[in-house]
Design a protein around this ligand. Structure first.
Ligand SMILES: Cc1cc2nc3c(=O)[nH]c(=O)nc-3n(C[C@H](O)[C@H](O)[C@H](O)COP(=O)(O)OP(=O)(O)OC[C@H]3O[C@@H](n4cnc5c(N)ncnc54)[C@H](O)[C@@H]3O)c2cc1C
Length: 449
């Protein structure tokens, strides 16, 4: 296999042990398993060529974006496995402001795209905290702080092109804002974690930069109060563009890590996007009035763009801040989502469970979507406790009509819960996988139990 890969890709293939190791890990799964080779694709033709070779020689292929996923998506489960690194396919091919459309290669990162769009008064809203690639974000159906207003990857992708397991390159969808023509295979590829096709081009929906923005930080006595207030804010129909919960540990960690002095109490970080200053003023007054019913300890508004940006940067650093606060441990990040009305109960349960199991960590997340994360930091010997915690949280989410993953996906870690969520629908997923990838070349062993 090595010789054939060298012949086909020359300098674009690596067998260096450190590179193989760096491609057999992610940011959250506790195990690392080196892959057998890494191919750095520079064009869709490279991707096609690798898939043709995989068919001929029988190796597995795992697409790789920025490696920021969490659930073991990138860990090889069979030999030999080639990691297909798409980070060099990083060209922004076209921006059409009049159509609110960008066409990009999969290795473009969301931060790079937004840097390019800003002078044109446009932005792409999906923002998982990490600076992920847009291909990786599509493959995990990523979402983030602004999803409550703008939606996640499925809402913000109009079309995509992918190289299928057969080696064919196919476009799914059209660059239009709506269509009802045929089965929506674009949405099937989105969130498929590299198991159905390799995304080689994305057609993204852009948005005008919001004209009037107001950002609040509200601090509460308990996490439960914060969750109740979040649910009430959503019910009021205000133009909420971000609605994030951070518990007291998250704020302790953030204060130390990015040198802030936010009150170390459970908080909601909220942002409103309005079309006129008058609307913004009226809406934020309404929000303050509503929040006063939940006895906040303090309400604080960001002054100006710089402070706003710092606030969201602090929020995005919460995971790293926690790692810094509890160094030399293992960390488990959970991700569940429940219907909004069940959010306060679910958050209360998460907190009680952490206490019961004697775990330290933090609860934070995109509560405007009923989606939140817990990060627990455990000594290596106690990792089983973290797994028990994840298991019980997932069980409770399902009991409350929720999902085992709001945004991080299934990967390896959550495969065992898939049937509990979907029942017989898992058999239909398996049949689909067989149609798309009959030889099991693409990221085998992921998603399906
Ligand atoms: C601190 C931190 C915070 C995070 N916060 C969020 C959050 O708020 N919301 C959220 O959704 N996620 C979050 N994540 C998870 C992660 O950032 C997302 O899952 C992200 O979308 C992964 O993108 P990536 O480029 O790193 O992909 P990778 O990790 O490289 O790959 C992820 C999956 O996509 C597949 N893949 C990658 N590129 C392609 C392609 N071109 N075609 C087909 N398959 C492909 C891979 O095979 C793999 O299965 C967070 C992670 C960290 C570390």
């Amino acid at each position: 296999m090595r010789e054939r890969l060298r012949e086909a890709f020359g300098e674009r293939v690596s067998f260096s042990p450190s590179v193989l190791l760096a491609h057999g890990r992610d940011e959250g799964y506790p195990e690392v398993r080196p892959v057998d080779a890494v191919v750095f694709a520079e064009s869709a033709a490279d991707v096609e060529q690798l898939i043709r070779l995989a068919n001929e020689l029988g190796f597995a292929v795992i697409p790789f974006g920025a490696g920021t996923s969490i659930e073991g998506h990138l860990i090889p489960v069979q030999r030999p496995t080639v990691s297909l690194d798409l980070s060099r396919m990083n060209r922004i091919l076209e921006v059409r402001p009049e159509d609110f459309l960008a066409v990009v290669e999969p290795g473009v990162t969301r931060e790079e795209l937004n840097r390019r769009l800003r002078p044109q008064g446009l932005f792409f809203p999906v923002d998982p905290g990490a600076n992920a690639t847009l291909g990786g974000m599509a493959a995990t159906n990523a979402s983030g702080t602004t999803t409550v207003r703008y939606g996640g990857m499925r809402t913000n992708m109009l079309a995509l092109e992918a190289v299928m397991a057969s080696g064919e390159r196919v476009r799914f969808g059209r660059p239009v804002r709506k269509t009802s023509a045929g089965y929506d295979l674009k949405d099937l590829l989105i969130g498929s974690e590299g198991t159905l096709g390799v995304i080689t081009r994305l057609y993204l929906k852009l948005h005008p930069l919001p004209a009037h923005v107001h950002t609040l930080r509200i601090f509460f006595r308990t996490v439960q109060d914060a969750a109740d207030a979040a649910t009430a804010l959503m019910g009021a129909g205000l133009p909420v563009a971000r609605l994030e919960l951070l518990d007291e540990n998250a704020l302790v960690a953030v204060n130390r890590y990015v040198n802030k002095d936010y009150p170390e109490r459970p908080a909601l970080f909220v942002e409103f996007h309005s079309s006129t200053p008058e609307a913004l003023e009226a809406e934020s007054a309404m929000a303050r009035e509503l929040l006063s019913e939940f006895a906040p300890l303090a309400v604080d508004a960001a002054r100006g763009e710089a402070e706003r940006r710092e606030q969201w940067e602090a929020r995005h650093q919460a995971y790293w801040a926690l790692v810094h606060l509890f160094p030399n441990r293992k960390y488990a990040i959970t991700d569940t989502a429940v219907p909004l009305s069940r959010l306060p109960e679910m958050v209360g349960h998460a907190q009680a469970l952490m206490k019961e199991l004697g775990l330290v960590g933090s609860i934070l997340g995109h509560v405007g979507d009923g989606n939140f994360h817990t990060i627990v930091a455990v000594a290596e010997a106690d990792y089983e406790k973290a797994e028990a915690y994840v298991e019980r949280l997932v069980e409770r989410a399902l009991l409350l009509d929720g999902t085992i993953s709001g945004e991080h996906g299934v990967g390896l870690r959550k495969r065992k819960y898939l049937a509990a969520e979907h029942g017989p629908a898992v058999d239909w997923m398996r049949r689909l996988k067989e149609v798309f990838d009959p030889k099991g070349i693409l990221n085998p062993g992921k998603i399906l139990p």
